[in-house]
Design a protein. Structure first.
Length: 210
């Protein structure tokens, strides 16, 4: 989730993690999704797997891992002779589970909440000097679905709206900076949900230099 849980906005704290101070828990038939390791994981006492001694019972859980490399911790494959966790990198497992949940939990409420969006690169990472073909990335989330993200320079759209989401809620545009004159601009990203609600990110000052 891209929200100011702590630190300056935008912020990318883990949406969930296991705490060794929490009570024991039994896990049955859950599907978890993790897109990246938590920065709080290393040396902080937080876990990306149930902490030692905190699992009361466990059966038929799936971890959908969309991060790079192997899952950062060891999830118990069995517990008391029962299958406990299976790890998969197949995102369709998660997408199918979400679709099933939505079908079983229809809502009559209108969608009035706009997405949350921020620039990731340039922004948190990446150079603010744009030369030649560049890659622009924004992160966007919504309580329903993000329909698309439109990148803009000084409020004017550049490139097509990005409608395909990559892992970790990223929307990426590959753009030829030669299409704009050299100079300083304000780069923003506007996220749109299926109901037409829109939100624009804070701007990042960039310089086109070709």
């Amino acid at each position: 989730m891209d929200a100011p849980y702590s630190g300056p906005v935008p912020n990318h704290n883990a949406f969930w993690k296991w705490d060794p101070l929490a009570p024991m828990i039994a896990l049955y038939n859950n599907i978890f999704r993790a897109d990246a390791d938590s920065w709080e994981h290393s040396g902080s006492g937080m876990y990306m797997a149930p902490p030692p001694g905190k699992l009361a019972d466990c059966e038929n859980n799936i971890m959908v891992w969309l991060g790079s490399g192997p899952f950062p911790e060891t999830l118990p494959a069995t517990f008391n002779g029962k299958p406990c966790f299976t790890i998969t990198t197949d995102q369709s497992v998660w997408d199918t589970a979400v679709a099933q949940w939505k079908a079983n939990h229809p809502t009559t409420l209108s969608d009035v909440g706009a997405p949350i969006v921020s620039l990731f690169s340039p922004g948190l990472v990446g150079s603010t000097t744009l030369t030649g073909i560049v890659t622009l990335t924004a992160t966007a989330v919504d309580d329903r679905d993000v329909a698309g993200v439109q990148f803009k320079l000084d409020g004017q759209p550049i490139g097509a709206e990005v409608t395909t989401e990559a892992p970790t809620t990223k929307f990426t545009l590959t753009w030829d900076s030669h299409t704009k004159p050299n100079g300083r601009y304000t780069l923003t990203a506007t996220a749109r949900d299926g109901a037409g609600n829109m939100q624009t990110s804070a701007g990042v000052t960039v310089t086109i230099s070709n």
